[in-house]
Design a protein around this ligand. Sequence first.
Ligand code: PRX
Length: 637
Amino acid sequence: MSYPFQITSPEAYHQAVQKSIQDPEAFWAEIASTFLWKKRWDKVLDWNFTEPKIEWFKGGTLNITENCIDRHLGQSGNKPAIIWESNDPDEHHRVLTYRDLYNKVVQFANVLKNNGVKKGDRVCLYMGMVPELAIATLACARIGAVHSVIFGGFSAQSIADRLQDAQAGFIVTCDGAFRGNKEIPLKSVIDDALVQCKFVQRVIVLTRTRTPISMLKGRDVWWEDEIKKVETMGNPDCPAEEMNAEDPLFILYTSGSTGKPKGVVHTIGGYMVYTTYSFVNVFQYQPGDVHFCTADIGWITGHSYIVYGPLCAGATTLIFEGVPTWPDAGRFWDVVDKFKVNILYTAPTAIRSLMGFGNDPLIGKDLSSLKVLGSVGEPINEEAWHWFNEKIGKKNCPIVDTWWQTETGGIMISNLAGITASKPSFATLPLPGIQPILVDENGKEIEGNDVSGNLCIKFPWPGILRTTYGDHERCRVNYFATYENLYFTGDGCYRDGDGNYRITGRVDDVLNVSGHRIGTAEVENAINMHAGVVESAVVGYPHDIKGQGIYAFVIFENTHDDEKLTKLDIIQTVSRVIGAIAKPDKIQFVTGLPKTRSGKIMRRILRKIAEDELGSLGDTSTLLDPDVVADIISGKL
Ligand code: PRX
């Protein structure tokens, strides 16, 4: 398969940018025409950012799985679609060709149907990194059900919140998941979540860890038994449901600065076009390349660049069940060596953590298959960039620093590997079709170069979110109301003298911990659930490995309790309410928090204290009680 929309020279890049600005509709229509549609669209784009209403390829119908699988069967049926490497290096890996993937997706799509799942129903997937997670994802898409994958690290309470919000009546899970030396009891977490979710009709359980679990009669069934049932039915086919381009494909929950996580909704046609276009161009994928994205399918990176983008492009995508540091810190390099990986797409936090183990884990590992390296999720610091470049890429592999978000569906600002120049710690230039602008606090455009501002996008692209599930107003307020007629990213950004963009981090109350988004309000709510906590305030601080760590200032009722135990209790509470990813790294007990006279916590001051920037605390005279600041500083961890 060749890609008519692949940009192969710097000149072609600049031409594509020009074209995409002059006539965006023609630009995207040409790209979309290379996909398989059941019916071509009537209108390329209908939009306004006020409501917001964004409709791409309106009137067009398709099924994304025909694009991801069926259309490759003729020429590439025997080509590996998915390579799966187990957590356990001694367990045999698995390879699914496109033909195998087709058979398995069709089979499981029939299982879903047999279990009562219908077009439009929401199906929650809470699984480890096994090929069956990709299979279940695609099986939902095959029959027009809306999947919502929940990362295996979230707690029962987080799952219950999401199930309720999405009104998901169906769950696919595993008995457990392996991650390094840990076994995560997925089914038992689901059981806890379902105490609050009586509307769930069916839980399909895949065997993975053989952890003993309980199966509830009438609700829970085994994946393997259900597959046997469809096998005996003798009809191996499952026609791909004809879907509208603007029908929802999935809901993925992500944190914002207020309230509970919101369900970002992506629709089928635009998401397909955008993930495939960005995959091929950013990584400069060549037929036959093995692509290894180390993210979890529970995050947007896994959705877009393990499953949909690569498979739509007919690529070979690698799914790795384990973690980079188990059984030792050479595991990624073993995987690269074993499967002759050509593209490695990972996160700065993983790079920094591996860098910390020195060069020994690299000894004897053949990394010569690598052609392109990628980074995502947070700003990559220069030291990590250079280590990645020198030790992993041997100065031979372009590094793409890809900036994007759950809401953008795919990569927005990045160099194109080997085509446009990289610059350490800069995401560099927008993809053709993306129109970023920087604005000041009043929404006035900041023109020219060597300037900083808030990053917005001024024209829709096919991968943009369409709504937040069940609450369109929340989508408007969060992304489209801060600045008129602009999509606001929540990120601060610097544009250098050559027009390269460098993301400087969130400008709202959202933390980025190990590349995961966590709202400070969410963590505070969780901490406040501890019976002894009176009040808390959470901010981020620079963390060597995680990028940002979580610093919690807590007012505790009974100051005579054992501090160490109380801290552990609070950490446990956060793990129960959100999941281990949101555990505070530091907890400082304080007697008061810096508040304005109207009672608002001044986080700016707390942030400065947590960051150790005591010289720039700013004006504290407007505080209700300026003395608390000195107290907090004296107790700083
Ligand atoms: O702050 C930006 C940061 O991650 C946020 C998006 O988080 P999430 O929706 O979880 O998606 C992560 C994976 C796409 C952004 O608002 N971010 C993401 N990529 C980069 C980045 N910051 C700097 N450089 C990046 N390459």
